[in-house]
Each structure stands twice: as structure tokens, then as C-alpha cells.
Design a protein around this ligand. Structure first.
Ligand SMILES: Cc1cc2nc3c(=O)[nH]c(=O)nc-3n(C[C@H](O)[C@H](O)[C@H](O)COP(=O)(O)OP(=O)(O)OC[C@H]3O[C@@H](n4cnc5c(N)ncnc54)[C@H](O)[C@@H]3O)c2cc1C
Length: 410
């Protein structure tokens, strides 16, 4: 079937949806459109720099463009450069796979104090997202709030020595920031009991390889349930690990009440099984979930769509990935969902040859195609060193210059 499909967002969900479409019907025109000049979303800017194995999925996604014929339109922000209405008119079907890029707000008194930072903002800055802010001063006693894998990623990166970061793609700026931090103690606080924390036991066990830390796990409790036991066993395995100067303490079942401090964070007031207390903190790093930035009017679209099947929002308009289901699930989880989404769209799509397709991007400046991304990729790999497998170009200007092969050192 000849049909034109636009996928907004070239992160894992967008890539898996494109893969599913082109597997079902290689004759389709499938265009992945991303606000950034580069594809792959959080695989590039969220997945931790020291988890290069996970980032390897980018090679699988590359094949969608190189062998299956998907097209990339980077540096095109739907909702700003092109309206969603115009996109829907130009394509037979549109899939919104735009992810969720904002940190969920810490809605307690003091939640906006200087020194409170969200994990999304922080990890974007660590991984040199071109729109990230500067890396902030965290002081000697950061407190991480949250018990999911993102909290553990953040903890691990903050604890690693320069040598332990060898082989990553962490840039010179973030590397110098990490090296200059001189943390004395990091506390990681969760609301739920340890048995029901969201992190993966493998992620916890990995902390047992850190050299600079001494780890203490407080109040982990017990459980008879097998999955919960795995979590508790992983925590027991790292309790007491190391004799390094950086003290890491896990605490559970603490409900945050307020962030204490006059001009900036001085502590976190919590309520736990033994009553209220203030946990010392020079900064509070929240890893409590992600939200939409209001872009593409996600809330209204999902609200109006109700509980429809396969992410359908309206005729010819679908949602996928985190944009559809909220900040839950891993990269592989997006794959199963993508196949169902593509199948549902193909079943109802009635292609109209008169639709403009990618011609609507012709009037835009600095659109990066897949060959442009390949030039960026090559430029970043050419800057690798014995310690770094890649050096990302950190600004939109540098990315765009590399995409057109202009001199990126200017
Ligand atoms: C810090 C962090 C670490 C993680 N680590 C892991 C891990 O190790 N392993 C794992 O399996 N999962 C991990 N995850 C989860 C994983 O990243 C998600 O499951 C996955 O990225 C969701 O994919 P997505 O395509 O829905 O969203 P995203 O990856 O966010 O992709 C969305 C894309 O849409 C683009 N976009 C947004 N708005 C627009 C617009 N208006 N116009 C055009 N383009 C737009 C964005 O630029 C982005 O490229 C991590 C998540 C985070 C936050």
C-alpha cells in the first residue's frame, strides 16, 4: 500500500513504530520528524553514559533508515516550525511519539527552592542535550529523592571516579563537573518500602562495583514475595560495600513533607515509621517521574481521546511510547506496543495520493536529513579519545555545522 506516515519523535518508540510499519509494508513512506538535529531521543540523552551496551540499540535503529527506507527530518519542531494541523493534512497518518521531557514537580513546601533539581534536567545536562541548562552546584551532601532506575543511574554517575568513567561518552564539561564535586555523602530516599521500590535489582548490584564509596542500607525490611525478595537480596548484597570516603545511604518509607532552607536547600523534612525528622541535604535531586512540557497539547489530546485502543487520539492521529502511556517502561517495552500501534493504523488507513507528505518541510531552514545525522555521528566518533568512545557536539550550532560538514571547531 502506498501511504504517507509521519512519526513525531525519533526516540525508541518512534523508531520501533517505523520499524513495524516498514516490516508490515516496505512500500510505505515513513518519515521520522524530531525537534533535535539528531535521532534516538533518550537513548542518546537519557540512558546513562556508562551504559554503552544499552545505547547499542542505536545500531538497530540505524538500520530502519539505512536498510528499510525510513526518512529523518531533524531540527523540525512540530507545534512550532510546523503545526500539528498542517502535518495531519500532509500525511495519511500521524503518530505522536514525542516522549515526556519535563521533571514532575516536587509539590511540597520548598519544592521550588534553589538547590532542588529534577533528574531529567540534570541528566540532560550531563549528557549534553543541546537545550540543557548549566550543571548546578550540588554541595557536599546531595539527596536523591526517588527509588527508580533513573535515581540509581544518577547516584552511580555521581559516585564514579574519573577512571570509572573511562569508556563512556561523557563530555569534557560534565567530566570536569563530576570530578570537581567533592561529595561527602549522598542519601537516597524512597517513599515506598524497599521491597516495593521500582529499581531493577541488577542496577542495585552494579553499585557493588563502585570503588570510592561506602554503602549503608537502612530499614530495608523483609518480604516473602519472590520479586520483592530479589530486590531485598540485591540491597543486602551492597549493604556494607566499600570503605571509600563517599558515604552512600539508602533510606526507605520516608514521606517528604517539605524542603527546608531559607535561601537554598538545607535539608528534607520527612515522615517515616519513627516519626518526623530532617535529613541533611545541600541539594535535592528529584527522580519522581516525568511530565509533558505542554508541547503538542498532550493533556487535551489524551483527555479527548479517552480509552481508545492502540493509542488512537482521533482519525489519523495516534500516540505511542511515553507520550501515550506516561513515563513508564523501558526501551524494549516500546517495541511490543509499536507493533500493535502500526497494525491498528494500517487496518484503518485510507491513503490519499494528493497529500503533500514531506514537501511541507521544504520551506524550513536547517532541516537535518539522515545523511546529515551520519555526518554528525562521524564527527563525534572522530573526536573520541582513549578514555571516551564518543564526544558529543554539545550545541545546536555545532550539530548543524557538522550536519553540513562545515568546520565544527570554529
Ligand atoms: C534518565 C533516563 C535514563 C533511562 N535509562 C534507560 C535504560 O538504561 N534502559 C531502558 O530500557 N530505558 C531507559 N530509560 C527509559 C527510556 O528512555 C524510555 O523508555 C524511552 O526513551 C521512551 O521512548 P520515547 O520514544 O517514548 O521517548 P523519547 O526517548 O523521549 O523520544 C522522544 C523524541 O521526541 C522528540 N520530540 C519531542 N517533542 C517534539 C516535537 N514537538 N516535535 C518533534 N520532535 C519532538 C524528542 O526530541 C525526542 O527525540 C531511561 C529514561 C530516562 C529519563
Amino acid at each position: 500500500m502506498a501511504g504517507k506516515i509521519a512519526i513525531v519523535g525519533a526516540g525508541p518508540s518512534g523508531c520501533y513504530v517505523a520499524q513495524a510499519f516498514l516490516k508490515a509494508d516496505p512500500g510505505l513512506e515513513v518519515d521520522l520528524i524530531d525537534a533535535l538535529p539528531v535521532p534516538f531521543g533518550l537513548v542518546r540523552y537519557g540512558v546513562a553514559a556508562d551504559h554503552q551496551g544499552t545505547k547499542g540499540v542505536m545500531r538497530q535503529f540505524a538500520r530502519i533508515f539505512e536498510r528499510q527506507g525510513a526518512r529523518f527530518f531533524g531540527n523540525v519542531h512540530i507545534g512550532r516550525d510546523v503545526t500539528l494541523k498542517a502535518l495531519r493534512e500532509a500525511y495519511d497518518a500521524v503518530v505522536l511519539a514525542a516522549g515526556l521531557c519535563e521533571d514532575r514537580r516536587l509539590s511540597i513546601p520548598g519544592g521550588d527552592l534553589p538547590g532542588v533539581h529534577g533528574a531529567a534536567a540534570l541528566t540532560r545536562a550531563l549528557h549534553e542535550h543541546p537545550q540543557a541548562g548549566a550543571l548546578p552546584a550540588l554541595g557536599p551532601h546531595p539527596l536523591i529523592l526517588g527509588n527508580g532506575n533513573v535515581a540509581i543511574d544518577l547516584l552511580r554517575l555521581l559516585c564514579k571516579t574519573s577512571e570509572e568513567l573511562n569508556g563512556t561518552d561523557l563530555g569534557p564539561g560534565p567530566s570536569a563537573w563530576l570530578a570537581g564535586n567533592a561529595f561527602e555523602a549522598i542519601t537516597i530516599v524512597g517513599r515506598s518500602p524497599a521491597a516495593r521500590a521500582k529499581f531493577d535489582p541488577v542496577m542495585i548490584r552494579e553499585l557493588g562495583k563502585l570503588g570510592n564509596v561506602s554503602i549503608k542500607v537502612e530499614g530495608a525490611g523483609r518480604s516473602e514475595e519472590p520479586e520483592e525478595q530479589k530486590r531485598l537480596e540485591a540491597l543486602a548484597a551492597i549493604d556494607g560495600h566499600g570503605s571509600g570516603p563517599l558515604k552512600v545511604t539508602f533510606r526507605f518509607e520516608l514521606r517528604p513533607l517539605s524542603v527546608e532552607g531559607k535561601d537554598r536547600v538545607a535539608g528534607l523534612r520527612v515522615e517515616g515509621p519513627n516519626g518526623e525528622e530532617t535529613v541533611r541535604a545541600s541539594s535535592v535531586l528529584t527522580a519522581i517521574g516525568f511530565d509533558s512540557n505542554g508541547d503538542l497539547d498532550r493533556a487535551t489530546l489524551l483527555d479527548e481521546a479517552g480509552e481508545r485502543e492502540a493509542g488512537k487520539l482521533a482519525d489519523g492521529l495516534f500516540a505511542a511510547g511515553w507520550f501515550r502511556r506516561g513515563p513508564r517502561g523501558t526501551i524494549p517495552d516500546s517495541r511490543t506496543e509499536a507493533q500493535a500501534t502500526a497494525a491498528a493504523i494500517l487496518e484503518e488507513m485510507a491513503p490519499d495520493p494528493a497529500r503533500a507528505g514531506p514537501a511541507i518541510f521544504h520551506k524550513l531552514e536547517n532541516v537535518v536529513d539522515y545523511a546529515g545525522w551520519q555526518r554528525i555521528d562521524a564527527a563525534e566518533l572522530a573526536r573520541s579519545t582513549p578514555e571516551r568512545c564518543r564526544q558529543k557536539l554539545p550545541s545546536t550550532g555545532e550539530l548543524l555545522r557538522a550536519a553540513t560538514q562545515q568546520d565544527i571547531d570554529q
